[in-house]
Design a binder for this molecule. Structure first.
Ligand SMILES: [Zn+2]
Length: 355
C-alpha cells in the first residue's frame, strides 16, 4: 500500500520532508512517498471549488477537493492513500480529518510547541488518521454511526482517543498505543498482523525520537511555590491575587487531576479551609456563593473568580508557558464531563503542607 504525502503550496517543503523522514521506516506494508508541494497550477484548477469552502460542517466533497484533485491529476492507484498537509482555512479547530483514503492534516493548530515538536506531532497525526481509516472511522462519522469511536474515551491511552487541544496530542505522542478494543476491531476489519505491527513500530519510533529530543531541550517551565501564608511565586515572579481567586487557584493546584463543575460543591469544606488560611476575617458566604450551581438563587461567582485568576496569570507570565499554569476547561465531547484543570506536572509544584 502506498501513501502519497503532499502539501498545499503555502506549507514548507522542508516540513513535509521532515515528517516523511519520521514515517519512512522500511517496511513493505506501508510505503510513504514524498510528493512535495502541490503545483500552483494544479491548485488554480481547483480554485473554483476551494473558494466554495464553507464552515466546519461543510460537505465531505468540498473539504476533500484537494485530495481528489491530486488523484485526478496524478492518478495514484485507487487503494493508495493521499495525505495533504495544509494551512488553508486555518480557523479550523481540528488537527486532521479523513474520508476513506483521503486525509487532511492541519498544520496550523499547534501553538506552544517548537518546529521540531511540530514534526513529531504531524507524523503522529498521519499514523492516527491512516489507522482510523483502516477501522472505517471517518471524519464524517462525527455525526453518524461510528461517533463513539471518533470520540474514543479519554484516559485509556489509545491512538484513537479524541484530542481536544495540543496538550492532548502531545500526551498521546508520549503515552498512547493501540488499545485492546481497537486491536480487536483492526482484526475484524481484516488488517493483517503484519500491518498492525507496522503501525505499532511507527508509533514507537515517533515516540522514541520525540522523547530523545525532549531530553536535549531544557523545559521552559518554572516551579510554582505556594508559601504558608498563601503567597504565590512562579519562578522569580510573585503573583498577587484577591483572596477568592487565590483560594480557587490553590484548590486547583491541589487537584491537578481536574474537577468537574458539578462536583465542585462537594469540596466546599476544602475551599473554606484554604480561604480561612488566606484570609482569617473573610466572609465564608463568599465561598458558598462560588460553589453554587448556575441556576441557584443569586447564581455562582465561579466564572468571575476563574476569569480573574486566569487574567492575572496571563498578565504575569510569558505567553509560551502561560497555558500550563491557567485553569482550563477541557473540551470533552460530553458536557457532563467538562473538567476544569491545570496542565502543570506535579514536578513543578511546591505547595506548603499547610494547604
Ligand atoms: Zn482504542
Amino acid at each position: 500500500m502506498k501513501i502519497h504525502l503532499i502539501t498545499t503550496p503555502e506549507v514548507s517543503k522542508k516540513l513535509l520532508e521532515n515528517v516523511y523522514n519520521e514515517l519512512n521506516i522500511l517496511d513493505d506494508e506501508m510505503v510513504f512517498l514524498l510528493r512535495g508541494q502541490m503545483p500552483k497550477e494544479d491548485m488554480d484548477l481547483l480554485g473554483e471549488y476551494l473558494n466554495n469552502f464553507g464552515e466546519f460542517d461543510q460537505s465531505e466533497k468540498e473539504l476533500f477537493t484537494i485530495c481528489n484533485g491530486f488523484r485526478l491529476i496524478n492518478k495514484p492507484l485507487k487503494d493508495d492513500y493521499v495525505i495533504v498537509f495544509t494551512s488553508l482555512r486555518e480557523t479550523y479547530q481540528w488537527f486532521g480529518a479523513n474520508s476513506n483514503r483521503n486525509i487532511l492534516i492541519n498544520t496550523t493548530n499547534y501553538e506552544n510547541i517548537d518546529e521540531k515538536e511540530l514534526i513529531y506531532a504531524l507524523a503522529y497525526q498521519v499514523i492516527e488518521y491512516i489507522f482510523k481509516s483502516h477501522l472505517n472511522i471517518f471524519f464524517t462519522d462525527k455525526v453518524s454511526k461510528n461517533r463513539n469511536f471518533f470520540f474514543h474515551n479519554k484516559g485509556i491511552r489509545c491512538i484513537n482517543e479524541y484530542s481536544s487541544d495540543i496538550f492532548d496530542v502531545i500526551e498521546k505522542l508520549c503515552n498512547t498505543t493501540i488499545c485492546e478494543t481497537c486491536l480487536d476491531n483492526a482484526t475484524k476489519n481484516g488488517i493483517s498482523n503484519k500491518k498492525i505491527k507496522h503501525f505499532q513500530k511507527l508509533i514507537d519510533s515517533i515516540r522514541s525520537n520525540y522523547l530523545s529530543y525532549k531530553k536535549t531541550k531544557p523545559s521552559p517551565l518554572k516551579k510554582i511555590q505556594i508559601s504558608e501564608t498563601g503567597k504565590i511565586t512562579i519562578g522569580e515572579t510573585e503573583i498577587s491575587m484577591e483572596p477568592l481567586p487565590k483560594t480557587l487557584y490553590i484548590f486547583f493546584l491541589k487537584h491537578l487531576e481536574g474537577i468537574t463543575l458539578e462536583n465542585l460543591k462537594k469540596y466546599t469544606n476544602e475551599l473554606l479551609n484554604i480561604y480561612t488560611k488566606i484570609r482569617k476575617s473573610g466572609d465564608k458566604k463568599s465561598v458558598l456563593l462560588m460553589v453554587q450551581p448556575y441556576h441557584a438563587k443569586g447564581g455562582t461567582t465561579f466564572p468571575k473568580n476563574l476569569n480573574s485568576l486566569n487574567t492575572t496569570l496571563i498578565g504575569s507570565l510569558n505567553k509560551s508557558i502561560v497555558d500550563y499554569y491557567t485553569v482550563n476547561k477541557n473540551n470533552s465531547s460530553d458536557k457532563d464531563k467538562l473538567i476544569y484543570k491545570i496542565r502543570l506536572s506535579p514536578d513543578y509544584l511546591d505547595l506548603d503542607p499547610k494547604f
